[in-house]
Write a protein that binds this ligand. Structure first.
Ligand code: NAP
Length: 545
């Protein structure tokens, strides 16, 4: 069969052509499977296709946040910076698509609106926004954890006369803020990266902050040839080490608690993490930061002291100091000159906790304190994380059951991979897997490898269906919740537990056991003949994948 033909029933539909979808396509093609990838954007890249706001940059080191499946790719690609910017990441992903001949299997500009399972044929029929129907034995949702932009329901949004730009849906054409007055709403990772860069261009920047975040200097720098060559000489060992660590990020693994050392040792450890510029480095200085409130307070106070040191105006510094939630329980940020940006004469902070946002007006943003005129409004307001992109598709499993109803009180699945009653539908880095609490590349490769092996196992054994058992699913959901309950994470109203989206059930969604332990569990499940899943076959099945 030619690559461009679309047979009546193909092996797999992969939804999304970001880092997950591309690798899934590569692995299934390697097995000779007939695959189609359906992608909403007009190019590959996923997150790095959509998030092109000024300053967009990965905050995991490039040499760790990259594919490991091909040593040729690993060796030939040269990263220019310790933390790659969005344009370089997109170039890399495009290179991967071209190098491995993946584009011809991808249909761009196409969103999946519906997916319906047929228990009689063990197939899914996927419908696109263009009205096309594709029937496949498996569906892999590679739709990303942070892909559904959240635009808050701000009164007056339609009244505002200037452009409103969401960081997660940034225009593809150049946005020039030179001489403009820019309002930025939101101070999470996206806002914190964008604000210093926008301030470098705009005439005036007004930052509307509801909750201050903990942010640490990234200490980004070019990667020299020598540093790159040294890493490449031991790349396999480096990757193997990352896979066994808690989150797959190159940073030290602490053996002691913050209260087991002297104040001087503690300060030195925090300072060393601050100087290193590694995501989560401060919280990872000691092994109890996320479980012991006293230990957490010490780390948080270290960061607040840094903010007070950097920011000249005491009132602004106080407003920028995060309080009210433990350090690390909202996603920490890495920045370049974020706090120092507030020392610039044309940058001001509006503390929405003191004067809440009332509405957008024709000319700008109104709070209970004043109206701030702006020529453009930037919404750095985040995403309907982890479940948003999945719930946006009308997914119907066995007997017409709707995933949205099954997940009404929060996501349910086994291992974050398959939901009972929705056979043959896999989620890459789905909720209840390490996902956003890990280096996504580590988790993506692990999931895709597991899914590909699973599909291969079914094919090798003449099986046509895999479904999670309700018992295994219930136990997994409980396990993920218990892990979270043993930490300080539930104390923060974070997007990890859906708190940023009105009406979303509060369920802590990422698995907290670490990528190493998680991989072992997934491998053990597979080795035990897919324990916790039911495998079956149609009487007249002729599996091919
Ligand atoms: P986010 O962390 O959810 O931050 C959204 C911000 O918007 C928060 O400050 C939030 O305030 C504010 N906000 C939302 N609705 C608002 C409203 N109605 N009025 C006023 N403020 C409002 O979103 P994000 O910054 O886009 O980051 C999301 C995640 O994407 C990150 O945590 C990270 O995992 C990932 N990310 C990664 C990178 C990277 O690798 N470098 C870069 C960007 C993003 P509240 O906190 O008070 O709700």
């Amino acid at each position: 069969m030619s690559d461009t033909e679309h047979p009546a029933v193909i092996d797999a539909v992969v939804v999304g052509a970001g880092l997950a979808g591309l690798y899934q396509l590569y692995r299934l093609r390697e097995r000779g499977a007939r695959v189609r990838v359906l992608e909403a954007g007009d190019d590959v890249g996923g997150t790095w296709y959509w998030n092109r706001y000024p300053g967009a940059r990965c905050d995991i080191e490039s040499m760790a946040y990259s594919y490991s499946f091909s040593s040729e790719l690993e060796q030939e690609w040269e990263w220019s910076e310790r933390y790659a910017g969005q344009p370089e990441l997109l170039r890399y992903i495009r290179h991967v698509a071209d190098r491995f001949g993946l584009r011809r299997h991808i249909t761009f500009g196409t969103s999946v609106t519906r997916a319906v399972y047929d228990s009689r044929t063990h197939t899914w029929t996927v419908t696109t926004d263009g009205g096309e129907e594709v029937t496949a034995r498996f569906v892999v949702m590679a739709t990303g954890c942070l892909s559904r932009a959240s635009v808050p329901d701000l009164p007056g949004l339609d009244d505002y006369r200037g452009p409103v730009l969401h960081t997660g849906r940034w225009p593809h054409e150049e946005v020039d803020f030179t001489g403009r007055r820019v309002a930025v709403i939101g101070t999470g990772s996206s806002g914190i990266q964008a604000i210093p860069v926008i301030a470098g261009q705009a005439a005036e920047v007004t930052v509307f902050q509801r909750t201050p975040n903990f942010s640490f200097p990234a200490r980004n720098r070019p990667i020299g040839r020598r540093e790159s060559a040294e890493r490449k000489a031991n790349y396999a060992e480096f990757r193997a080490w990352l896979r066994a660590t808690p989150v797959g990020i190159p940073r030290p693994l602490p053996e002691r608690g913050a209260l087991e050392v002297t104040a001087r040792e503690r300060e030195a450890a925090y300072q060393s993490a601050w100087d290193a510029g590694v995501l989560g480095g401060i919280q990872a200085s000691f092994n109890d930061t996320l479980t012991n409130r006293q230990a957490n307070d010490l780390a948080a106070e270290f960061v607040r002291a840094k903010i007070r040191q950097i920011v000249d105006d005491p009132e602004t510094a106080a407003a920028l100091c995060p309080t009210g939630f433990p350090l690390g329980t909202k996603r920490p940020c890495l920045d370049t000159d974020y706090y120092a940006t507030f020392n610039l004469p044309h940058v001001r902070l509006v503390d929405l906790r003191r004067s809440p946002l009332v509405s957008l007006t024709e000319r700008g943003v109104r709070t209970t304190g004043a109206e701030y005129e702006a020529d453009a409004v930037v919404l750095a307001t985040g995403f309907d994380a982890m479940t948003g992109a999945l719930r946006a598709v009308d997914i119907r499993g066995r007997d017409g059951a709707a995933l949205n109803e099954v997940w009404a009180a929060g996501p349910r699945n086994h291992l974050g991979l398959l939901t009972a009653g929705f056979p043959n539908l896999f989620t890459v880095t789905g909720p209840l897997s390490p996902s956003v609490l890990s280096n996504m590349l580590i988790s993506i490769e692990q999931h895709v490898d597991w899914i590909t092996d699973c599909i291969g196992h079914l094919g090798d054994h003449g099986l046509t269906e895999i479904d999670a058992t309700v018992e295994a699913q219930d136990a997994w959901v409980r396990h993920v919740a218990e892990l979270a309950a043993g930490t300080l994470y539930p104390e923060a109203a974070s997007w990890y537990q859906g708190a940023n989206i009105p009406g979303k059930p509060r369920v802590f969604m990422p698995y907290l056991g670490g990528v190493g332990a998680y991989r072992e569990e997934c491998d053990a499940v597979a080795a035990a003949g897919y324990r916790g899943f039911t495998l079956s076959r149609l009487p007249d099945a002729h599996p091919t994948a």
